[in-house]
Design a protein around this ligand. Structure first.
Ligand code: ASP
Ligand code: MG
Length: 412
């Protein structure tokens, strides 16, 4: 008998019919003698609808009230799932974040979890009642409702699984797991049965929009096994596990990811002296702008070019901030480019397989694709290329690393 946290995303709860199907999945799990804690998102589109309402009402809605508004989406679905379960003669009880309570800090719209009390839930489980918890929301020490940021119900689910020491956290949505590439771009993409937390973090970060990234970090920290599943009847699924539990024969590269989220900025002819990188980047840090790749060339005549990427949504703000710095550091000009994409190969084997980078660069060169920037981690290789080549690059790299087959790339 296992304790399983089952989280259902908005697409799985889109209509009353969907909700009855979710209730059947929960009932099935209970029938197999497991104890279940359910966590739900808002019905699909509901959070956006509420956000739009707020913005139609006022240009700058106050964040405390935004949280009070957005949290209603999950309140509705938690109650509906409990209603569906009860109609199937399964005792269930819905819970809001503040009823547990899930205590957060005082940041509205992106609160961090401070403490999650499990007493109430444990009591409920002991009475063989299925708790149905509204995800995405909590309460702060003032008693105000908070939310955990978009996609935050994944984080609620993992936090609950960690706090209850559950055996497993299942994430149900309309996707049946992670693929070697986006099947819409690369028809030969293959479903992956298993990934490590590290690989999933690199992938989520690169734009695989399956899970809120924070939830994977939390799962890794507390060693909560994650299972990504579809509630629409696919029997495939992807496990996210610790590296030690990963198959011995895992491929060198697990997936190719295309990210459209970045823009590139180059500060041209920066005097090469201590402190310039700090002067350029510290105003961005103060404005909470995440700088991803950074390249600084060796100086030739006492000047260098300083190039970096930021999220596209932060481009105009970044431009404004860096333009103010230019005269202070004596740089010549700032060039920006939002017509770029980042293409990444992610896989555990990168760290001990020296041929991988060369293979990647050669494949791109063969297609005449120019690499503008390169960055690496021990399990990721990323290149910035012109946006129009992004999808081609995915297919080419998928081929080169043999990802359509379940075998490992042999660099020899
Ligand atoms: N309903 C919230 C959102 O759309 C939280 C979630 O779905 O995880 O962002
Ligand atoms: Mg979601």
């Amino acid at each position: 008998m296992a304790l399983i946290v089952q989280k259902f995303g908005g697409s799985s709860l889109a209509t009353p019919e969907h909700i009855r199907r979710v209730a059947k999945i929960i009932a099935e799990t209970k029938k197999n003698n497991h104890r279940v804690v359910v966590v739900v998102s808002a019905m699909s589109g509901e959070t956006d609808r509420l956000l739009n309402l707020a913005h139609e009402t006022a240009t700058m809605p106050q964040e405390r009230e935004l949280d009070a508004l957005l949290a209603t989406g999950e309140q509705v679905s938690a109650a509906l799932v409990a209603i569906a379960l009860k109609s199937m003669k399964i005792t269930a009880r819905s819970y809001l974040g503040l009823q547990l309570p899930l205590l957060t800090d005082k940041q509205h719209t992106r609160a961090r979890i401070i403490k999650l009390s499990t007493e109430e839930l444990k009591k409920t489980l002991e009475q063989d009642i299925v708790p149905v918890v509204a995800g995405f929301q909590g309460v702060n020490s003032n008693g105000d409702i908070t939310t955990l940021g978009r996609g935050g119900s994944d984080t609620s689910a993992v936090a609950l699984a960690a706090a209850l020491q559950a055996d497993l956290c299942e994430i149900h949505s309309d996707v049946d797991g992670v693929y070697t590439a986006d099947p819409a771009i690369c028809p030969r993409a293959r479903h992956l049965g298993q990934l490590t937390y590290g690989e999933m973090l690199e992938m989520a970060d690169m734009g695989a929009k399956i899970l809120q990234i924070r939830s994977v970090e939390l799962a890794r920290k507390f060693k909560v096994p994650l299972l990504i599943k579809s509630s629409f009847g696919s029997d495939k699924c992807t496990w996210i596990v610790e590296e030690e539990k990963r198959d011995m024969e895992s491929a060198v590269i697990s997936g190719i990811i295309l990210s459209h989220n970045e823009a590139k900025l180059s500060v041209i002819r920066v005097p090469d002296r201590p402190g310039v990188a700090y002067q350029i980047l510290s105003p961005l840090a103060d404005a909470s702008i995440n700088v991803d790749m950074i390249i600084q060339n060796a100086s030739i005549d006492g000047y260098t070019d300083f190039t970096f990427t930021v999220p596209k949504t932060d481009l105009s703000k970044t431009r404004e901030l860096v333009e103010k710095v230019l005269p202070k550091i004596g740089a010549r000009e700032l060039c920006t480019d939002d017509g770029i994409v980042k293409i990444s190969a992610v896989g555990l084997g990168i760290k001990n397989c020296p041929g991988v980078a060369a293979r990647m660069f050669q494949a791109l060169a063969n297609e005449g694709i120019n690499i503008q920037m390169i960055s690496t981690s021990d399990i990721r290789l990323s290149c910035v290329v012109e946006a129009k080549y992004g999808e081609l690059a995915v297919r080419v790299l998928h081929d080169v690393f043999g990802l359509e087959k379940n075998n490992s790339f042999n660099p020899a």
